[in-house]
Design a protein around this ligand. Sequence first.
Ligand SMILES: [Zn+2]
Length: 203
Amino acid sequence: MTWSATDRYALEPAPGGLAFVQELLNTTSAGRPRHADWLDDPTTAQTWLSEALARWSTASGRPAPAVDLTDRDCEALRGLRRALRELLSDQSDGAEAVSEEVQAALPPLSVSMQVDEHGTVIAEPSGHGWRRVASLALIECLQAQQTGQRRRLKICRNERCQCAFYDRSRNNSGVWHDVRVCGNAANLRAYRARQREQAASGQ
Ligand SMILES: [Zn+2]
């Protein structure tokens, strides 16, 4: 079983359950040729979500939450995806305030705190529809925040790409999902822009 949204962009999944957040981000339409947005209609979204939750269950060793999506849920999930993308694009480590749009897409969500049969404290997602998905995504973000892994889940800086990738570089300095694909293209554009400027100024 694969993380199908992340896999279609040929990306390595983030460790453990954090890969669910990456997977949600990669339902977006990106790449070249452009892949479809999997949150555009409830049928596609439901197929994707059921698979992703089953995959999350394998990664986390916890039961997959059951979620049924409506049209409205899809719209809210797209808002959640936008908000998460903005949160993960911000590399200022909390120095900058998040936008009102992000706050609106992420209202307070419930979690259910439990102790499992081994005595381990676990946070289970709570609520219905998109709220349960958002609850799960934020639980994974919280856990990743505590291990320092959240800072490694990033959005490719190439605006035409916007894939969500997990940066495994030693000093967490990556900005492109793939330097050869997106980094070189950006360097080439910058180089051509400089050439045009020089030509225009008659140098
Ligand atoms: Zn990219």
